[in-house]
Design a protein around this ligand. Sequence first.
Ligand code: ADP
Ligand code: FBP
Ligand code: MG
Length: 357
Amino acid sequence: MRKRIGILTSGGDCPGLNCVIRAVVSHATLTYDWEVLGIPYATQGLRERQAIALNMHGWDLRGIDPLLNMGGTILGTINKGDTLAHIDEMLASYEALALDALIVIGGDGSLGILHELANRGNWNLVAIPKTIDNDVALTERAVGFDTAVNTIVDALNRLTFTAASHDRVMIVEVMGRSAGHLALHAGIAGGADVILIPELSYTISRLCQHIAELRDRWQRKFAIVVVAEGAKLCLEDVQENIASACAPPKCGRGQYIADQIAQCSQNLIDTRVSVLGHIQRGGIPSALDRLTATVFGKTAVDLVAQGKFGQMVGWQNGEAIPVPIQDVVAQSPLHVNPQGSLVQSARCLGIYVGEKT
Ligand SMILES: Nc1ncnc2c1ncn2[C@@H]1O[C@H](COP(=O)(O)OP(=O)(O)O)[C@@H](O)[C@H]1O
Ligand SMILES: O=P(O)(O)OC[C@H]1O[C@](O)(COP(=O)(O)O)[C@@H](O)[C@@H]1O
Ligand SMILES: [Mg+2]
C-alpha cells in the first residue's frame, strides 16, 4: 500500500526550513511515490488534527520553486504551549491521520517534546536539526545557523565603518540565551574586538580595560563588541550590579554593556547599541544551509524507507548519518567549548572573549 508520511516544523523558525520540506516532498514523491501531509503549527496542528497535502508541483510559479530560497516555514511553527496537557489529543491525531511515519524539523527543545510524544504513542519518528543557535548535539550542522551567522557578519561589516567614522564603540546584541555559537562564529568572522557569550563570564573591568587598550596602545578609536543575549557577568560583578537600574535581565545585555563602558570612561567614550533581534531569523537561506537542508531532507526520507526510526539526521565528518534522538536530547543544548579552537583563535587575535576557565 502507498505510504503516507507527515512533516512538521517546530520551535523558532529559521532560513532553510522550506528547503527541507522541498527535499522531503520531492524525494518521497519521485523516488517512493508516497503521500506527504504537512502538519501546520507543529504540535498545535497535530492536536487540532490538521493536515495539508503537499505535492511537488503545488507551489510552482511558472516553473519557479520558491521553497528553495524562501525564509520561514510554509507550515508555520510554534515555540510555546503546554504540550503535555494535550498529549492524548496529539497521540490520537497520529493514529487518525493514519501516518506511517512523521518527519519533524526542530531544535533541541522541539526534539525533546516530540521524542517524548513519540515514545508514548509508539510513533515512527525521524528528526532533522534546525536552529540558529546551533546547540543541537551530535551534529556539526543544523539548518539555519549558517545564514544567521552571515546575517550578523553583514551587520558587523556595516557597523564597523560607521563606528570608525565616529570613533564609537558599537555594541551588537545577538541571539543565544544559553549557547554562544552564533556570537562566537559571527564575531570572529566579522572582526569583533570583544565577544561575550554565556559559556565564558566576563568582568566589567577587563572589558573596559580592553577597550581602553585598543585606544591607548593601538590607536584604535572605535571598537565592535558582540554580545549574546545570555552573556554572563562574573559572580563578583553580579553582586555589585544587583541594584543597578540597568542590569540584566532588567534591560538587555547590549544596553547594560554600553552603560558600563560609558561609566568607566567618564562618558568620554561614545557608545551605540544595535539589537539585531529577529532579523537573524529571517532572510534567504545561504548556499550551505540549502545544501544541508537538501541532504537532511533526502536522508530523513531514506531512513523512513529503511524503517530506521527514533533517529535524527546528523552531520558528522562530511556525511549525513543517523544518530539516536534520545542521545541528542540527552546531550543538548550543546555549548561552546571554552578550550576549543574558536575560543583559542579569538584570544590569539587579541579578542576579549571573557575570562579563562
Ligand atoms: N511544539 C512545541 N510546543 C510547545 N513548545 C515548543 C514546541 N517546540 C518548541 N517549543 C518551545 O520552544 C523552545 C525552542 O524550541 P527549539 O525546538 O529548541 O527551537 P530552536 O530551533 O529555535 O532552538 C523549546 O525549548 C520549547 O520550550
Ligand atoms: O521567537 P522568540 O519566541 O522571540 O524566541 C527567541 C529565541 O529563539 C531563538 O532564535 C531560537 O532558540 P530557542 O531554542 O530558544 O527557541 C533564540 O536564539 C532566541 O532567544
Ligand atoms: Mg533551541
